[in-house]
Design a protein around this ligand. Sequence first.
Ligand code: ADP
Ligand code: MG
Length: 699
Amino acid sequence: MERNLEGLLFPGSVAVIGASGTPGKVGHALFANVVASFAGPVYAVNPKYTELLGRPCVASVEKLPEPVDLAVVVIPAEHVAGVLKSCGERGIRNVVVVSAGFKEAGEEGAKRERELVEIAQRYGLNVLGPNVLGLISTRVGLNATFAPRGALPGEIAFMSQSGAFCTSVLDWAWHEGLGFSHFLSLGNKAVLTEVDFLSAFARDPQTRVIVAYLEGVSDGEAFIRTAREVTKEKPVVVLKAGRAEAGARAVSSHTGTMAGADQAYEAAFRKAGIIRAQNVEELFDYAYALAKQPLPKGRRVGIVTNAGGAGVMAADAVEWEGLEVARFTEDTARRLADRMPKAANIYNPVDILGDAHADRYKEAVRLVAGDPNVDMVVALSAPVAILTFAELAEILAWARQKFEKPFVCSFMAGKLGEEAEELLRKAGIPSFFDPARAVRTLRVLCDYLEIQRRPREEPRPLAVDRARVEEIVRRAIAEDRPRLGLEAMEVLSAYGIPTARGGLARTPEEAAQLAQHLGEKVVLKVVSSEISHKSDVGGVLVGVESERVEEAAAMMLRQIRRKFSDARLEGIFVQELLPPGREVIVGMVRDPTFGPLVMFGLGGIHVEVLRDVAFAVAPLSPGEAEDLVHRIRGFPILKGVRGEPGVDVPRLVEVVERLGRLAADFKEIVELDINPLLCYPDKVVAVDLRLTVTGEEGT
Ligand code: ADP
Ligand code: MG
């Protein structure tokens, strides 16, 4: 259910509970900020005063003259529960709990936090925090934080799981002239989480970009579902910190060893259409460009420079970022030839030389930006004696107005470039020393364009035998056999994934009998829940002639028994021999935050060496399954290279889709590897499967 956060984000009246008259106290700093910033009614609650900073002060929540839209609580943790109850009774719906001493402070604090959640639920309170810096809403002019500085108005909504990072950003943003619509710290996220604010910011017309610093996500499924909708309308840029593995997870599969928390976030962000920033620099470069620049129509970049080297660097960056160096129309090329000096380079990057005055620069920008083959423009300049950076900034501000195209610039200068900063800021043109950084922000505009256009397809219904799998899984759990044996192959069949024919033999004689129905040659595999990688121990014999099966099986068992005297051997899997094909791996692990994570990659016994794998959060739409298969580096090998035939990619994609369904349908399946799935031009077949189930909830 979506919460109504209007009163929290756009309050008409505010009370600060625990406001203090003692400078140096958080309750003082926060109250002073509210008083200084907010035009609506402001009340203090503190039994020690009747008036504070010229505002009425009452002894308790009960004594407030009106049920304010927003209460900000700055009192010792042990009193917070009582105050929350009073707020609930008084009809106050929105509360920011600044106080620390909750979940972050040990067992006692955790208990307090549970009580807080319980009270919030009982009264239907929107609680931000506890343990937060506070919030800022520039539209209503409210700074309800204890930070030394507020925020300028702007189009960026910012939320952060770290309060300290908030204060750093506020101070830096002031210096940079960067503005915000909303600015808040999420704290312990006891009640309101990033998901609530994603929806709320999405609805706010002043917000153009949503930016978040997150260390974790509270509810992975809700996060993806919400963000997927929000990113259709507005870009969301997230810096996710903390790459450490979440908890100790017992992994034994290939997929498990290659999937960490970071892959899960990467996959979740992809599914949700979130733009991921790798560091603080990227976070705000992207946020600023997305807030201030229009989206391009395509990926073609026009480059104008008065310095050759800068142009070359920009062109390199364009290639590197996967953008295109635009090819001008004949018309543009002719005009450039007419109007630029003979020695100038009139092809992209356009180098108008170091002796260019403002007129020449402006004319070049006009021609390049006006070219229909140019979707975005990078303007570059080194310090030159005859053209100031202020003049350049004016040219760009003019061009930005005239053409509905993204503009970024790189003035490769230090002190001299400062004169242009204010002008560029007013025009909303991102400016960087490094041309590569300028180009990178253009790439992000293209990324968002792609995200916005991407269809939000749902998974489609697939014909599967769910009841059959339920039975197999339930039996394995009841019998306490976490690693499924041969019946795992049946699980695949029930979900429409083709498997190699074969059967389990208890003895070498039985193996010989089974082999008779499986062709002239067969494959023998040892079956034991204690042996993970069968070929490592000589437990796989490929291409054994039918008449030699008994002898070969006996020898294989003898050898393995010699090496693993106490391993329990369940028998021998006799399988049809398949012709050589491309080996891929399709696997699944369950991530603690986002749930089933499907992995696809080049497989076989070298999968950990090649590490050419990609991840996606299940269930998968057909488009997502296709994207997953296409994303690996080695995809051309599957497509067919150098005259070799390709594999049946549509069938392969369908297997990935079906495995995603299986993973989503059965929470009991914790890990799964099909390795290899053998792929041919006309079919795909699973020959080896490892599948682990658990009866425990929440793994
Ligand atoms: P493990 O991974 O435990 O070593 P596999 O069943 O995956 O055992 O077999 C190892 C390799 O043997 C596979 O990667 C594949 O190259 C080959 N292989 C296995 N089964 C067959 C089969 N039925 N037909 C052809 N080759 C097979
Ligand atoms: Mg294998």
